[in-house]
Ligand binder design. Structure first.
Ligand code: UT7
Length: 320
């Protein structure tokens, strides 16, 4: 049996912030942002929370799958921006949708969070422990951005994406996953407030910091290698793949991966222009967008790939 995605859903916050809006409050321009990244606008939360967007995305995915909350055995949310340290976002989703018998927890793998959640769910489903899982990537990255740092804050957005997975005859064909903690300091968001009176210099919170060029170099080398590996493990060739749904960090990364794989760019759908980079939520939101457009047909071969903080990466080949 294989783990199959049987439904997708997503939720974006209402507020649209364009590059021009940003250029009114900081030293940047639509020209710089769109030419360097492909981003034209992003959605940012006002009242919405990570959990509330997750619940909407989950309900849409369950509706798309034709699955009731009582059928969900497992809920995993990939996130680095849950509303609370505890309870987890997954437990909040469980309560809100009434998935009484589901086991729920979050995974911190930054931009690879959804991919790690998929792989964990696959392990549970393959061993027969659970039959149906709800996996999500959800972020309110606007909470952890330094809005005085134009080199990071213009890149990120908020949102949630979800998928229902179930054991079936086809689905996940192969998986590749990795971590390299030795390079973790190129993308950080340090701790939370600490007023422990017994410690002289308690670590204070600091916003997201990124060495963009190092992350860029990591992405354009690791992602094509991971995709090659997983496609080969599935017994397929790059030409057999119908769509490559990659983490949406930068259009130049996507173009470079396409070039390195010798695959046409038309096979790489994007949501960057209207979403920006939503870390763990990028892949499931993109997957939901192409699913809702009716682009995914049974039998198609789809590559999903996430990469980012940790450093972490994960790629999968699915038969739709
Ligand atoms: O999801 C996690 C994964 N994250 C990523 O994959 C990010 C990967 N990295 C990137 O996408 C790119 O490195 C960036 C888009 C972050 C940056 O692009 P870059 O071509 O590497 O630009 P840079 O950092 O070398 O900056 C070039 C110039 C600098 O000015 P000087 O020193 O040349 O005068 C920056 O100060 O652009 C300046 N700059 C800006 N200018 C206008 C940096 N940010 C901005 C901005 N608006 N928002």
């Amino acid at each position: 049996m294989r783990t199959r995605i049987i439904g997708t859903g997503s939720c974006l916050p209402e507020m649209v912030v364009t590059n021009d809006d940003l250029s009114k409050i900081m030293d940047t321009s639509d020209e710089w942002i769109s030419s360097r990244t492909g981003i034209r606008e992003r959605r940012l939360v006002k009242e919405e929370t990570t959990a509330a967007m997750s619940v909407t995305a989950a309900e849409r995915a369950m509706k798309n799958a034709g699955v009731s909350p009582q059928e969900i055995d497992l809920i995993i949310v990939g996130t680095i921006t849950g509303d609370y340290v505890t309870p987890s976002t997954a437990c909040e989703v469980q309560a809100a949708i009434g998935a009484d018998k589901a086991v729920a927890f979050d995974v911190n793998a930054a931009c690879s969070g959804f991919m790690f959640a998929l792989h964990i769910a696959d392990a549970y489903l393959k061993t027969g422990i659970y039959r149906t899982a709800l996996i999500l990537g959800a972020e309110t990255l606007s909470k952890i951005m330094d809005w005085n740092d134009r080199s990071t804050c213009v890149l990120f957005g908020d949102g949630a994406g979800a998928a229902v997975v179930r054991s079936d005859e086809t689905g996940l064909l192969a998986y590749d996953q990795g971590s390299d903690g030795t390079r973790g300091k190129v993308l950080t968001c340090q701790n939370r407030k600490n007023n422990n009176p017994f410690v002289k210099n308690p670590i204070a919170f600091s916003y997201t910091q990124m060495d963009g060029q190092e992350v860029y170099k990591f992405a354009v080398t690791t992602v094509p290698a991971s995709i090659r590996k997983v496609v080969e493990a599935a017994g397929l060739t790059i030409e057999d793949i119908d769509y490559f749904a990659l983490h949406q960090a930068n259009i130049r990364i996507i173009q470079s991966v396409a070039k390195r794989l010798k695959a046409p760019e038309e096979k790489f759908p994007t949501s960057l222009d209207h979403c920006g980079n939503i870390s763990a939520a990028s892949v499931p939101i993109l997957l939901d967008e192409i699913n809702r457009k009716g682009l995914l047909k049974p039998g198609m071969k789809i590559v999903l790939s996430g990469f980012g903080g940790g450093l972490t990466w994960g790629s999968a080949v699915l038969e739709w």
